[in-house]
Design a protein around this ligand. Structure first.
Ligand code: CUA
Length: 173
């Protein structure tokens, strides 16, 4: 009898350990199936919802503050470059169209994990004007080492003069 209980306890522990290491394969789909946290569908990100193309990049929202929306996908970030004003809080919202990516801002200790089916949010302030490289820092496949984007931090007056479509490209300057 004692042996049986020990065996069952062992199996339960093993199952728990397995589950805890399979978060994206097991836990997250189950959580979504149960109706928790209705994140964006990676397959239709570009077609509807918060992450359609016209909504990406930097927006002045909510009034007086800024939100940057980006998609990570094998093997680039969309948009390829975003522009933000210097010295103010910028809220980033990022999701993934496929696998796990990690957006890092070189020269800072800021990082954002992009996960399929989930929106990751964080607020950063960039104290200096300039250009920051933002490469992917989580191995995500054959093209991982080419996966990078760029952040242009510009003075507030310069940012205010940009049209909305000029805030999600670095071509205009
Ligand atoms: Cu995306 Cu590495």
């Amino acid at each position: 009898m004692k042996k049986k209980i020990e065996f069952a306890a062992g199996m339960a522990l093993f199952a728990l350990a397995l589950l805890s290491t399979r978060f994206y394969m097991v836990d997250l789909p189950v959580w979504h199936f149960l109706g928790g946290d209705n994140g964006p569908d990676p397959a239709t990100l570009h077609l509807r919802g918060e992450f359609v193309e016209s909504n990406l990049g930097t927006a002045e929202y909510p009034a007086g503050s800024f939100t940057v929306r980006m998609i990570a996908q094998q093997y680039d970030f969309v948009p390829q470059c975003v522009v933000v004003p210097v010295g103010v809080q910028v809220r980033f919202r990022i999701t993934s169209a496929d696998t796990v990516h990690l957006l890092t801002f070189l020269g800072t200790d800021y990082g954002l994990k992009a996960l399929p089916g989930t929106i990751t949010e964080a607020t950063f302030t960039f104290p200096k004007s300039g250009t920051l490289k933002i490469p992917c820092h989580e191995f995500c496949g054959a093209g991982h080492y080419t996966m990078r984007s760029q952040l242009d931090v510009v003075p507030k007056e310069q940012f205010a003069a940009l049209r909305p479509n000029e805030r999600r490209t670095c071509d205009a300057r």
